[in-house]
Design a protein around this ligand. Structure first.
Ligand SMILES: Cc1ncc(COP(=O)(O)O)c(C=O)c1O
Length: 462
């Protein structure tokens, strides 16, 4: 259990806004370009305050945030001490770049801390401001490394067809879903997609074991393109936005071994899984596989500042530096305030044993959700630490997709129970802050039981 919160004095700003104040904000919201909002839905939830796993909107409604925003609020919302760290750092050195021989004390300390926590051999850190930027850096490292080591034809990237790596062009070129590409082409060339080891959503594996099938496909693809033209493969240890897809235990170790035999690098996208989500600092501890490049963001600051870190193997870092340093970074790489907040955030994760809490409360949440398997519409439950997916089905005993998706369920959970979950095509995902308590887990399970108990096989509600 996390220790009791001591950093938040009682707040007085919980009073709802008046209807007129709320309406003014909603009208002004027309200037904000929103993502994935239904055009016919005029409602807006204007969030004004948050603390722990709770959010409040302008109307004074309270929500249980089982999404941790976008799977990133490890230490929970409303931590005053992180605000104080940011303010103190800004008063001292708010920003300076890390180019041309400049560096700063906070970036140095954070890099040191990450290297201490990371799998051995990843002794080099490239800072970014977010996840997609990190995958861009990984891609550039993977290609530039070949350029610098006399293998300029090694440009191809292998990726998973249900993988997601962000929305910049390089990152989305390596993301498998059609939505990542449709209408945005042409995407980056020299990317080849492989079958995701998804044992849940009806992928045909030709009668073979999943890993055997994927390994054969990987080997054949490498031979077809030619190993001398491939630089790296990218993948998430557990696929997040793809629908919490958990590869079989032997998948990543066998993939890594095969890639190594061809001299192909492994890039691990741990943007969701790092910093405790699965009960480890890095999912690499769970898979037992040390990647050549490990990309992180999100939970590194729990969202208190935009930030990310790419951890890089010594051989790659040495080759790309080659006297002059790796020639690309961002204006905000090594941002001292973001680094200071990240350090304090990592301190909280360690001090409050949030990795342990993710394991313990995650198991408790998983146990509660598995009780829902008795409902005909619940087809499965996947849970690792505090990453959970409840798989829904249109037909008891199968995993038939829901004809109307999960939107009605997500809305009902939010509007009736104040529970925020993430709707996937045929499931509900929960990635709450790692400070979630057993009581909050029970509250989420109760809400799901009530709503899923009223769900018809087509994904609508009675
Ligand atoms: C696995 C994974 N990779 C990359 C990204 C992109 O991160 P960002 O939105 O910080 O660019 C995400 C975002 O959800 C993600 O889930």
């Amino acid at each position: 259990m996390p220790s009791p919160r001591t950093d938040t004095a009682p707040r007085t700003d919980t009073a709802p806004l008046t209807q007129a104040e709320h309406d003014r904000l909603v009208v002004a919201d027309r200037h904000v370009m929103h993502t994935m909002v239904r055009g016919d839905d005029p409602r807006r939830i204007v969030v004004v305050r948050a603390e722990g796993c709770r959010l409040w909107d302008t109307k004074g409604r309270r929500y249980l945030d089982a999404t941790a925003g976008l799977a990133l609020s490890q230490v929970g919302h409303g931590r005053r001490e992180l605000g104080e760290v940011a303010a103190a750092q800004m008063a001292k050195l708010e920003y300076f770049h890390t180019r041309w021989g400049f560096t700063n004390d906070r970036a140095i300390e954070l890099a040191d801390r990450l290297v201490e926590l990371a799998p051995e051999g990843l002794n080099n850190v490239h800072f970014t401001s977010g996840g997609a930027e990190g995958n861009e850096i990984a891609l550039r490292l993977a290609r530039f490394y070949r350029y610098r080591t006399g293998q300029p034809d090694r440009t191809w990237i292998l990726a998973l067809d249900k993988g997601f790596h962000g929305i910049t062009y390089g990152a989305s070129s390596m993301s498998g879903s059609a939505e990542a590409h449709t209408g945005f082409g042409p995407m980056l060339p020299h990317v080849r997609f492989l079958t995701t080891p998804d044992t849940v959503h009806g992928t045909a594996f030709g009668g073979a074991g999943v890993t055997d099938f994927c390994l054969r496909e990987l080997r054949e693809t490498i031979e077809e393109i030619g190993p001398e033209r491939i630089t790296a493969m990218i993948g998430e240890p557990v696929l997040g936005p793809g629908g919490m897809i958990v590869p079989p235990d032997d998948y990543w170790p066998r993939v890594a071994e095969l890639l190594r035999s061809y001299g192909i690098l492994l890039i691990s996208d741990e943007i969701v899984t790092a910093y405790g989500r699965l009960g480890h600092w890095f999912a690499a501890e769970r898979t037992g596989v040390k990647p050549d490049i490990l990309v992180t963001a999100k939970g590194i600051t729990s969202g208190y500042m935009p930030h990310g870190a790419v951890l890089v193997d010594d051989a790659i870092a040495e080759a790309v530096a080659d006297g002059n340093g790796f020639p690309v970074d961002f204006s905000y790489s090594g941002h001292p305030t973001a680094c200071a907040v990240a350090l304090a955030n990592l301190d909280i994760i360690a001090k409050e044993n949030l990795l342990g809490n993710a394991v313990e409360v995650g198991a408790h949440l998983g146990d509660g959700l598995r009780e829902l398997l008795e409902l005909p519409v619940v087809g499965g439950v996947r849970q690792i630490g505090l990453m959970v997916c409840v798989e829904l089905t249109a037909e008891e005993g199968t995993l038939a997709p829901l004809p109307h998706g999960t939107t009605a369920l997500v809305d009902e959970l939010r509007d009736k129970h104040g529970l925020l979950v993430r709707g996937m095509s045929s499931g509900l995902m929960m990635v709450p802050p790692l400070v979630l308590t057993r009581e909050e887990a029970d509250e989420a399970v109760d809400a799901l039981r009530e709503v899923l108990g009223r769900m018809t096989p087509d994904g609508l509600l009675r």
